[in-house]
Design a protein around this ligand. Structure first.
Ligand SMILES: [Zn+2]
Length: 195
């Protein structure tokens, strides 16, 4: 029997065969970075996962994370890994780029990855849970955790809306890479008893 973590990890390895899961506290430069951003993003160290190429930097040792939480995290990060591979330097440069208007390309990349969180929310609790997560995401997008990547809570909600709607209508789960990610999350269909 496999669970979502086994299947998501297998999917990640199909795309990134040498993927590494690292607890970021074990790395000196990550500890320094965490300290540097603490005044503005106090949760960076304890809550945020970062991904660079094949390495996923986790806020906790992977073996201490609940399996479903780790599976959902890796599914989100897989979207970033695929985007990083496809866009290369352009991804990294634009991820760091910020306009003085409080609009960033980072928000576009994160909206693509958080679409996975919304799809999983739908699996977990339907429309109500999608709306709960969408509300939390409006705070995440407009708050300091990602350095105000989309200023203004109402504006962040509006920015996320098309993705929320594509999740609710079922349109997004038919698109790559969400189709394969969701299939891995769900696992094989139970055998048809009538067959
Ligand atoms: Zn992300």
């Amino acid at each position: 029997m496999t669970d979502p973590l086994d299947r998501i990890l297998a999917l990640v390895r199909e795309h990134i065969p040498d993927v590494r899961l690292v607890h970021k506290h074990e790395l000196r430069w990550m500890r320094i970075l965490g300290k540097a951003v603490r005044p503005i993003a106090p949760d960076f160290d304890t809550h945020y996962t970062t991904v660079l190429g094949r390495t996923v930097y986790l806020p906790r040792p992977p073996e201490h994370m609940p399996r479903r939480v780790l599976a959902a995290t890796l599914a989100h990060e897989l979207v970033h890994q695929l985007d990083q591979r496809r866009w290369g330097l352009l991804f990294y440069a634009s991820y760091a780029w910020a306009l003085p208007t409080g609009r960033t390309m980072r928000a576009y990349w994160e909206r693509r990855a958080y679409a996975v969180d919304l799809l999983i929310a739908k699996e977990r609790g339907g429309a109500l849970e999608v709306e709960n997560v969408a509300r939390r995401l409006a705070d995440v997008f407009s708050g300091s955790g990602y350095l105000w990547m989309w200023m203004g809570r109402a504006s962040a909600r509006a920015f996320l809306r098309p993705t929320v709607e594509a999740v609710m209508s079922g349109e997004l789960e038919r698109q790559a890479p969400y189709d394969v990610i969701l299939a891995a999350w769900r696992g094989p269909e139970p055998p048809d008893e009538a067959a």
